[in-house]
Write a protein that binds this ligand. Structure first.
Ligand SMILES: Nc1ncnc2c1ncn2[C@@H]1O[C@H](COP(=O)(O)OP(=O)(O)O)[C@@H](O)[C@H]1O
Ligand SMILES: [Mg+2]
Length: 158
């Protein structure tokens, strides 16, 4: 399943409406690209910026609030309170986070971890792991015949 199709399948899950998803993987592996596919599939119109500089880009959809984080530049713990990140994580909606490792100790436990790895220039491996019942619902909806064992999918681009 191509990355974009996987994002579209994930976008259809009702559990996504209140979920925190971590996007893990090396620089340039495709985390922002995946987030763009997902945001597009849930109805975000217009330009979808990488949140690398702003740390967070918010989106308001008619029935859903979404926040796309990139914690790569997160370094100042005070920012957690001052920028309202605590409030965001306490609010209902979809939160996506690139580089969650950089905000370890601040961010809550993710519902789902999406780990991307490059197999070659053109293909990516996606591994999913659920850490909560919400994450399990997402994972099982995407893989109805599988248990909650870590799941891996190989994909070509796009
Ligand atoms: N699934 C994919 N397969 C192959 N190349 C990809 C894939 N996703 C993204 N890329 C390419 O990798 C580059 C970096 O992607 P980006 O999403 O910015 O990475 P990250 O956010 O992980 O640093 C982009 O030029 C993009 O075209
Ligand atoms: Mg990125």
């Amino acid at each position: 399943m191509a990355t974009q199709l996987f994002a579209a399948a994930l976008a259809k899950q009702p559990a996504l409406h209140n979920a925190f998803i971590e996007l893990r993987g090396d620089l340039g592996v495709g985390k922002t690209t995946f987030a763009r596919h997902l945001l597009r599939a849930i109805g975000v119109l217009g330009r979808i910026k990488s949140p690398t500089y702003a740390v967070v880009e918010p989106y308001e959809l008619p029935d859903l609030n979404v926040w796309h984080f990139d914690f790569y530049r997160f370094s100042e713990p005070r920012e957690w309170e001052d920028a309202g990140f605590r409030d965001i994580f306490a609010s209902p909606g979809l939160k996506l986070a690139e580089w969650p490792e950089k905000a370890a100790g601040f961010i809550p436990r993710a519902d789902l971890i999406i780990q991307l790895e490059a197999l070659s220039d053109e293909s990516r491996q996606v591994s999913l792991s659920a850490q909560t019942t919400v994450g399990l619902a997402l994972l099982q909806a995407l893989n109805p015949d599988r248990s909650n064992a870590p799941n891996q999918q190989r994909e070509g681009h796009p």
